[in-house]
Design a protein around this ligand. Structure first.
Ligand code: FIX
Ligand code: ZN
Length: 418
């Protein structure tokens, strides 16, 4: 018995399922509206996304310097990106095409290129209903935030009990604990915890108490998260490996929280560009392999930044049931690499990974990041289902819905629950 008369009918059903399946966006930099300016949204924030700032400085005239740029008001910064990236060089990059996709899907006249008129439309939006509209337009059930107790601008909102948002779930971000212990110890000490620059048992215990207390403040975070440099090694006698072993892993175990590791970001290769100045390096998949092997009772969510690491990471995920791969992160979040990674992961893992996350820093980006991902992942799935159909396999509509949801958050939820 089959639901589809031929391969074309099957393909149409796959595309429909991909368009209609709700997505769980498991890593973003969004904030609840109650956290004020931390939640970035609107066309000027879209245009000054750090991906586009980097692209501005690849084409801007020499008198447009980063130092001068950062002194300008946001709207003027956006004007420069609009002029030099979009109008003078065309919106062909993924980050630029994304702005076009978002504005178009919001129903704005991007063909007219009337930035003033587009700004007026955004100025007329109210943030709460607009947030719901964007989540609905992108087809997202909920998104996971990045909540960092080491970022002074974020702490007061949690301390003051600012209301959250049902469709934005917290995640406890802990990079400094692993990659910059002296700074982390200072922050925790200033918050009243007995952490010292030296890494000793007392400091480790107090750091675990700090993280545990913050997990309580956030109220049931989805996971612990950290971005790690390409040089991260485990096991090793490095301070990073020691705090991983003595602080992060015990805390994850005690709170029964997965650890999300995003590995391969080489920070600040061009500090003048700010967030736009980070780059990528080939990381060591063995560190992930050893963490999973040594701690089978801890769940690891892993994504790597270098395209070079992806195949080896996929093979690693075949070996460990406590490892879940997610996303085409950052410099991999481009259709050509999303396609390559999705094919490779499906061929090695089946529908047991999370196809993408948006990493959205600006609310409205959800619209393009997920439209573009649905388009690419949809065609990858059509390709694979056509091959199955040609070989006599007859998937049902329910099975297609199951598999699409798995890639868009279902496998993640199953991983959390198991
Ligand atoms: O570490 C991270 O969460 C990275 O995703 C960010 O630092 C990065 O700037 C980003 O937003 C990439 O998409
Ligand atoms: Zn991120």
């Amino acid at each position: 018995m089959t639901d589809f008369s031929d391969a074309d009918a099957l393909a149409a059903a796959v595309r429909k399922a991909v368009d209609e399946t709700p997505i769980t966006d498991i890593h973003t930099h969004l904030f609840p509206p109650s956290h004020g300016d931390l939640l970035l949204w609107g066309v000027d924030e879209l245009l000054t996304y750090h991906y586009l700032v980097a692209e501005l400085f690849t084409v801007a005239p020499r008198d447009v310097t980063p130092q001068a740029f950062w002194k300008l008001p946001k709207r003027r910064q956006a004007d420069l990106v609009w002029e030099h990236v979009f109008l003078k060089h065309g919106a062909l990059s993924e980050a630029a095409r994304g702005v076009v996709t978002t504005l178009n899907l919001l129903g704005l006249d991007i063909a007219g290129r009337d930035l003033g008129g587009i700004r007026a439309w955004f100025d007329a939006q109210e943030v709460e209903p607009y947030l719901e509209r964007v989540l609905d337009l992108a087809g997202i059930d909920y998104a996971v935030m990045t909540n960092d107790p080491f970022q002074p601008a974020e702490v007061p909102h949690w301390r003051d009990g600012a209301p959250g948002c049902d469709r934005l779930r917290p995640a406890l971000r802990i990079d400094p604990v692993i990659v910059n212990w002296p700074a982390a110890a200072q922050t925790m000490r200033e918050a009243g915890y007995g952490t010292a620059p030296e890494t000793d048992a007392q400091s480790y215990a107090e750091a675990r108490r700090f993280l545990t207390d913050w997990a309580g403040t956030l109220g049931d975070p989805v996971y612990l998260a950290a971005s790690l440099p390409p040089e991260f090694r485990y096991p090793s006698d490095s301070p990073s490996a020691r705090t991983m072993r003595n602080v992060v892993l015990p805390t994850a175990r005690e709170l029964d929280l997965p650890i999300a590791l995003m590995i391969g970001a080489r920070k600040g290769v061009n500090r003048a560009l700010g967030d736009a100045g980070d780059s990528v390096g080939v990381a060591d998949v063995t560190a992930v392999q050893k963490l999973c092997a040594e701690h089978p009772d801890v769940k690891f969510l892993v994504t790597m930044l270098s395209r070079v690491n992806q195949h080896e990471l996929c093979v690693c995920a075949r070996k460990f049931g406590n490892l879940h791969l997610f996303g085409c992160w950052w410099f991999c979040n481009d259709p050509s690499i999303i396609r390559e990674m999705s094919l490779q992961r499906l061929e090695l893992l089946g529908a047991t990974f999370t196809a993408n996350h948006s990493d959205a820093r600006v609310l409205d980006q959800l619209v393009y990041k997920w439209r573009h991902t649905r388009d690419v992942v949809g065609e990858v799935l059509v390709e694979k289902y056509r091959l199955l159909f040609a070989a006599g396999w007859r998937p049902t509509a329910e099975e297609i819905a199951r598999d699409v949801r798995a890639l868009f958050g279902g496998a993640f939820c199953d991983f959390l629950a198991k």
